[in-house]
Design a protein around this ligand. Sequence first.
Ligand SMILES: Nc1nc2c(ncn2[C@@H]2O[C@H](COP(=O)(O)OP(=O)(O)OP(=O)(O)O)[C@@H](O)[C@H]2O)c(=O)[nH]1
Ligand SMILES: [Mg+2]
Length: 223
Amino acid sequence: CINTHFTSSVDLSTSLDSSVQTRIFKIIVIGDSNVGKTCLTFRFTGGSFPEKTEATIGVDFREKAVEIEGEKIKVQVWDTAGQERFRKSMVEHYYRNVHAVVFVYDVTKMASFQNLKTWIQECNGHRVSSTVPRVLVGNKCDLVNQIQVPSNTALKFADAHNMLLFETSAKDPKESQNVDSIFMCLACRLKAQKSLLYRDVEREDGRVRLSQETDVNKSNCPC
Ligand SMILES: Nc1nc2c(ncn2[C@@H]2O[C@H](COP(=O)(O)OP(=O)(O)OP(=O)(O)O)[C@@H](O)[C@H]2O)c(=O)[nH]1
Ligand SMILES: [Mg+2]
């Protein structure tokens, strides 16, 4: 499990549904066009592989309600466009108040791995805090005979950028748990991190009382 301690607090006030007190975690999925961002997000939120996809224009929102240690959380996945012409007007919105970032490359396309540098630069250029967790996902592992990006190369890159690496396939049903664990792992990390702010929220005299910091190592992180 991840032993990192997250000590900084991030303002989640815009992400708390005040009527039902459900926290919303905004996770953006970034990477070249055609790497499978739409298929991965669909697999996580809808549980299946879409028969046919078209290039994403702007952004598609997908949500999934999950429960972590008894708390209901909404994971809001932002499936972004990889094609420059379909994303340029949206980029500011992608990164605004983002809670976690998933960088995706295609294991059968070296260029999509090499371009990760540019995607990371874009992310850094939008003042995304270093406390915002980031993970790396190599997709299309079902195409075993076409793999161009060796696992150890990807692992080195992930280590150098302080990211966890997941190699998986949105297409292969046997990998669906692995796809889920990408997002659940991030949700668990965020829950532990944001517990600084909204864990055990209690209303007292119309005011919200916040509990003390909890130990991230006590969470039931699945990864
Ligand atoms: N074999 C295989 N094909 C996949 C996998 N994931 C996606 N694909 C295929 O890759 C193509 C692109 O998938 P998308 O999910 O639309 O790609 P995208 O990253 O969302 O692309 P943009 O929206 O243009 O940024 C489609 O033809 C998918 O069927 C996978 O895990 N294995
Ligand atoms: Mg797409």
